[in-house]
Design a protein around this ligand. Structure first.
Ligand code: ATP
Ligand code: MG
Length: 463
């Protein structure tokens, strides 16, 4: 992509309304624009990051055997009356009427609608287990929308729902979600800690929240520092292997980690003092097991092996996709701007032409651009007639992890400069070597995105 043909409305001034760094940088980097309180337009750069996160979520969810679909944002109130949540949900639910006077609402979550789909089509235990999910806009009329996309009123969320015959099966679904979520966060370049949580209006006993540590987080968190050393890495995970999945969950949930809602000072005090941590965190996801809370009142039953009608065991599982964009920035930035992790960067590398209009520089940049594209990478080529300082400042602000700088002096010696955004370190090398290096850097990320079919099950990959 050539910057001269792109739409990147960066701001020079720091917007006064933004109180935290991710909000400031998202506005300054031309990623979002507020449309009204807590509602945002996703400008091209922000939209790219949102899509990258979404793609990783789709890949990892399908690896776990979960099936993507899409439900509407507007729902009839009828189903919500059936479950008893229409009155219980409170003022966060945006309610409206159509021209016939029928009550509609903008979905804050979708347990009722998915349960209705399920009961209409699934009748037998033979069709279980089943986990359906979507990535769709939600609306919650938050009393105080703030921090940009971190606490919006309209926000983008992955919500998944498992249907199982027994509690044991449903707990396996719960564990699958935990592992799949941990993999998602790792691929996003985030360290998110599963913490025992409170279930709120979704209901149920078993629930974990995933929190990214950040000073600007809204939750107070208490944890054993041992948990921050854990990682899944590139290990192959068999989501059908209950024992292995449960073992990973045990490993991650054994060290103490809780939010203020469930914090137990006595248990906390048993952790060796040097490992006790109190800090703040951003909630980027939550998983729930709630048994038959919705299936019973809504009649979502199947026939079991003995021919009895039994309500299915369910859970629901959410990831805040749009909030993650902000959370990643909170966790990865410096005083010059964003530092994107390679897994989600909007462009893989920036190309800066130090002397636009110089035939040698222009040709070298065009060649590097073409070579990166041919390698399946997405470069952003700053081909504007601008000072070098302004080009560098833009690249630093928008946070591309790698920058290739092309100037007349280097070209005379046959070299360009490859710079790492995170460390600021630069290295001179031939243009083709710079391209090869960038390819190498992204190779593991491409591999991580290749979705292998699961044993004994086939499914289509999405995106
Ligand atoms: P919070 O406690 O932050 O209000 P929640 O617990 O009500 O969130 P869930 O119902 O668990 O939210 O929704 C799943 C995920 O959706 C959350 O983990 C969070 O990442 C995201 N999310 C929830 N509310 C918002 C919001 N107002 N803006 C952006 N993302 C949100
Ligand atoms: Mg939550």
């Amino acid at each position: 992509m050539r910057l001269s043909r792109y739409f990147l409305p960066v701001l020079k001034e720091t917007p006064a309304e933004a109180s935290i760094v991710s909000h400031r940088y998202m506005l300054r980097a031309g990623m979002i624009r507020q449309a009204s309180a807590g509602i945002y337009t996703w400008l091209p750069l922000g939209f790219r990051v949102l899509r990258k996160i979404e793609r990783i979520i789709h890949q990892e969810q399908q690896r776990a055997g979960h099936v993507p679909m899409l439900m509407p944002t507007l729902q009839s109130s009828d189903l919500w009356r059936e479950s008893g949540r229409y009155d219980a949900y409170g003022p966060e639910m945006l309610r409206m009427q159509d021209r016939q006077g029928r009550e509609l609402l903008y979905t804050p979550t979708a347990e009722e609608l998915i349960t209705d789909v399920f009961r209409a089509h699934v009748k037998s235990y033979r069709d279980l287990p089943l986990t359906l999910y979507q990535i769709q806009w939600k609306f919650r009329d938050e009393i105080r929308p703030r921090f940009g996309v971190m606490r919006g009123r309209e926000f983008y969320m992955k919500d998944g729902y498992n249907f199982d015959l027994t509690k044991e099966d449903a707990l396996h679904a719960y564990n699958r979600h935990m592992v799949s979520y941990l993999r998602i966060y790792e691929r996003l370049g985030l360290r998110a800690i599963p913490m025992r949580a409170d279930s709120g209006p979704i209901g149920g006993d078993d629930t974990h929240e995933f929190l990214v540590l950040a000073e600007t987080g809204e939750s107070e968190v208490f944890y054993d520092s041992a948990v921050t050393g854990l990682s899944l890495g590139a290990q192959r995970i068999d989501y059908d292997d209950r024992g292995a999945i449960a073992a990973i969950c045990r490993e991650w949930t054994t060290p103490y980690a809780r939010t203020d809602e469930t914090h137990d000072p006595e248990l906390f005090a048993r952790i060796p003092e040097e490992r006790r941590r109190v800090s703040r965190g951003i909630e980027v996801g939550q998983i729930f097991y709630f048994g038959t809370k919705y299936s019973e009142p809504m009649g979502a039953t199947v026939t079991d092996e003995a021919g009895n009608q039994v309500p299915v065991h369910m859970g629901s599982h959410g990831i805040g996709v749009s909030r993650l964009v902000g959370a990643i920035i909170e966790a990865s930035h410096d005083e010059r701007g964003i530092v994107w992790p390679e897994g989600v960067t909007p462009f893989h590398a920036g190309i800066v032409n130090l002397r636009q209009g110089d035939p040698a520089c222009d040709a070298a940049c065009a060649e590097i651009h073409a070579a990166l594209c041919a390698a399946g990478l997405e470069p952003l080529y700053d081909d504007r007639e601008e000072r070098a300082g302004a080009k560098f400042a833009t690249m630093d602000l928008i946070g591309l992890p790698w920058r290739i700088t092309v100037g007349p002096r280097g070209l005379k010696n046959g070299v360009v400069e490859l710079t790492c955004r995170r460390t600021g370190e630069s290295e001179e090398m031939r243009a083709e070597d710079a391209v090869a290096r960038v390819r190498e850097i992204y190779a593991p990320h491409h591999e991580a995105g290749l979705v292998e079919p699961m044993a004994g099950r086939s499914f289509h990959t999405w995106l």
